[in-house]
Design a binder for this molecule. Sequence first.
Ligand code: SF4
Length: 314
Amino acid sequence: MDAYKYLFGPVPSRRYGRSLGVDLAVPKTCTLDCRFCQLGATPHATLTRVDTPPMDAILAELRRWLEQAGRKEEGEGVDFITASGSGEPTLHLRFGDLFRFVRAETPCRSLLLSNGSLFYLPEVRCDAALADVVKLSLHAWDQTSFERVARPHPALRFDAILDGYRAFRQSFTGRLDLEVFIIPGLNDREDQVRRIAELAHGFAPDAITLNTAVRPPADRAISACPPERLHALSALFGTAVRESGAEPPHASGELSEEALIALVGRHPMALGVLAATFGRSDDDLRAFIEPLARQGRLRLFESQGTLFAGGCGM
Ligand code: SF4
């Protein structure tokens, strides 16, 4: 992939196939400071919605991407164009324009990956409804547990967010997915997960995914929920649940320094998965990536016995 400032990937995903990421919150800007965040700590949680990065520049990059090699017709095998990246995309005042653009000018579907914390705002729900698929998060069951897991901006109210989820479900005709992040010692007791499941059923997501810390978290004291425990807890949600794990490898196009740095800066990945993602052997990938780490353009680090590549700002 050519050098882009706001686009990254395509990222291989178990749920969404090949997803071209559009970063609407760079550098990391978020309403929360989740203890499991794979992008490191949030410098200052904020609720201030802004018009940066400039939407016109973001859409200009997308146009350039589409024009390269006739991607406009084929979408380069990309399934989704996804609002995500280094923080919470709904903090961008014009995030809805991205979905309007995808619908009008590309053959791809659009996806919003949101922590949902601004869904108490009608204008955010209105623009989110322009996406084909919306994935929201729910890792807590009340204000106290919300604060413990997600360390939100102090003005955020858990009940108001849940009201927003219910209102969104009433009007949204696309697919609504929910991610529940399970952290041992914080929200993995059966009674706690039962309460999350009850709240989730109140707004009827089309699919629920249980996830855990498969990548290095912001708070190094937290650990991954073992797969068998995750599987047992998934039974509390009913039949729509899928447990998540490491993402499957898909060929992700040409390996270039820019593509690699843009990808791991937003989405830290294990070296073995990266090698498969770019269709390279482990040795080839290592030979390519180690000079970039020595130059300080990305970072190699070990977590739970696995070597990862991530951005330098983490
Ligand atoms: S996990 Fe997502 S919502 Fe939580 S701090 Fe990181 S970017 Fe923000």
